[in-house]
Every structure is written in structure tokens, then in C-alpha cells.
Ligand binder design. Structure first.
Ligand SMILES: Nc1ncnc2c1ncn2[C@@H]1O[C@H](COP(=O)(O)OP(=O)(O)OP(=O)(O)O)[C@@H](O)[C@H]1O
Length: 246
């Protein structure tokens, strides 16, 4: 039995600015947690703290797994990066094999599976920079999935993506959950927050509320999503558009 990740009194700063303000919260193991709140409320900062790329200014995080996949915002990846879709997804195996290590047959299988899951198989040889925004986002999510990490962090994976990409990504998230991963998603998308198991509502770096989707949200909710009831069942969206099943 894997324990929930526990944040107690977690604070983070960028120089003098307090970006996370004494956050105490729980991220249930093997479940999807959505981080919601207005721009600048601390969602990306909380992901960076969980990923270990931003040191804590105070507090502690317990039960953090060692293998963590961090799918950053698409805007954080330069358009001109000379890399194909396959190479992008293969980078998800670097942690296991090292950047210069040879991928094994099982790695290639995992990469193929992640690409198929996100509907990217036919785009494998394409340069990342020649893809649409939604396709590029799918490639980044596929890279995250290929890590087969116990904790998967996704920063705004549905920002400015088309319906097809958002269906593939939502399906991939539910698949990773079904495989036992703990997933944390910063999102502005109502549907994604509704489909989560647990929601942390942040405002100005502080936790306003945590609980199941549909529970009370503060009046400043950026998404307005928290008053809606859960739209779909446990494994809703497990399959993406045609050909995406695995
Ligand atoms: N690299 C940085 N240097 C300085 N301040 C930063 C940095 N990154 C974020 N901040 C500040 O920290 C606060 C929290 O930002 P963060 O990006 O975590 O919010 P967010 O909820 O993810 O916002 P968004 O929805 O716009 O992505 C904001 O006030 C922001 O201006």
C-alpha cells in the first residue's frame, strides 16, 4: 500500500516573493489531483516543489516517490529544438538508461506504447517544431508516460490544445491512474478538474480548500469548476480517439 503524499506547511520563494504560503495538503496515492486557481496562485510552483526543482523555503513533503515525471508547460520547450517525436518520447527513458545509454528492447516497447497511447505513431519521425501545438503537447505527455514514474506531474497539459489532443491526454491520464500512478495536474480546464479525484484550490500561494471535485470552492475560483458534480466515472475517458487503445 502506497501512502499519500503529505505536504505540511510548505513554503516556496522566488527571491523575496512568497509563491507558496504554508501549504498543508494531501495528494492521494494512485489518484488524480487537480491544482486549480487563478494565474499566479502557485500551481506551477507547487509542481516544481514536488519535482524537486525548486527548494522548499519551509515545511516538508513526506512520502514523495523517487521516480517523478514532470511534464512542463509546452511554452517551456523551444519550438526550434531539433528533435523528432520519437526522440522526444525516448528521452522519457533516459532516467533509467542514462542520456548516452542504449535503449533496450523493453524501452522501445514502452516508447511505442506511449506514442500509440497519445495517437502519435504516425508522427514518430516528424520534427517536434513542425507539429501543431496540440500534437506537441501530446508528445510531451507521451514522454512523461514513457518514464513509467510513480508520480506524474503535468503543468497545464490542456492549455490551448484541440479537442482531439485533450481527449488523448485525458485518456492517457486515466490509463496512468489505472496503472497505479499518482498524478497531479495544474489546470484551468473545468472538465479536467471535474474528472479528478481530489482538488487543491490555491489562491495567492495559499491553499483555500481541498477535497473532492464539486465540494465548496471560494468565490474567487478561476475555473468555476468546483461547484459542478463529477461528470464521469472512475475510468471515464480511458480510451482516446480511434486507434488509441493499447
Ligand atoms: N521564476 C520566477 N521568478 C520569480 N517569480 C516567479 C517565478 N515563477 C513564478 N513566480 C511568481 O510566483 C507566483 C506563483 O506563480 P506560479 O507560476 O506558480 O502560478 P500559477 O498558478 O502556476 O500561474 P499560471 O496559472 O499563470 O501558470 C506568481 O506571483 C509568479 O509571478
Amino acid at each position: 500500500m502506497v501512502n499519500a503524499i503529505e505536504l505540511s506547511d510548505v513554503s516556496c520563494r522566488y527571491r523575496r516573493q512568497l509563491a507558496l504560503d504554508h501549504v498543508t495538503a494531501t495528494l492521494p496515492a494512485g489518484r488524480v489531483t487537480a491544482l486549480v486557481g487563478p494565474n499566479g496562485s502557485g500551481k506551477s510552483t507547487l509542481l516544481a516543489a514536488l519535482a524537486g526543482v525548486l527548494p522548499l523555503a519551509g515545511g516538508q513533503i513526506r512520502n514523495l516517490p523517487e521516480d517523478i515525471a514532470f511534464v512542463v508547460q509546452r511554452s517551456a520547450v523551444p519550438d526550434s529544438l531539433p528533435i523528432t517525436v520519437r526522440q522526444t518520447v525516448e528521452m522519457g527513458r533516459w532516467r533509467r538508461r542514462g542520456a548516452w545509454g542504449r535503449l533496450r528492447r523493453e524501452d522501445h516497447q514502452i516508447v511505442d506504447e506511449a506514442m500509440a497511447r497519445l495517437g502519435l505513431s504516425e508522427l514518430a519521425g516528424r520534427q517536434l517544431g513542425t507539429l501543431s501545438g496540440g500534437q506537441r503537447q501530446r508528445a510531451l505527455v507521451a514522454q512523461g508516460l514513457a518514464q513509467r514514474a510513480a508520480l506524474i506531474l503535468l503543468d497545464e497539459p490542456l492549455a490551448s490544445v484541440d479537442v482531439r489532443a485533450s481527449e488523448y491526454i485525458a485518456g492517457a491520464v486515466q490509463d496512468a491512474r489505472a496503472d497505479g500512478a499518482t498524478i497531479v495536474i495544474a489546470t484551468h480546464e473545468r472538465d479536467q478538474a471535474r474528472q479528478a479525484d481530489h482538488v487543491l484550490h490555491l489562491s495567492r500561494g495559499a491553499l483555500l480548500h481541498e477535497g473532492p471535485p464539486g465540494a465548496a470552492a471560494g468565490p474567487s475560483s478561476a475555473t468555476g469548476a468546483m461547484t459542478a458534480s463529477r461528470a464521469s466515472g472512475e475510468h471515464a475517458g480511458r480510451r482516446g480517439p480511434a486507434g488509441a487503445s493499447r
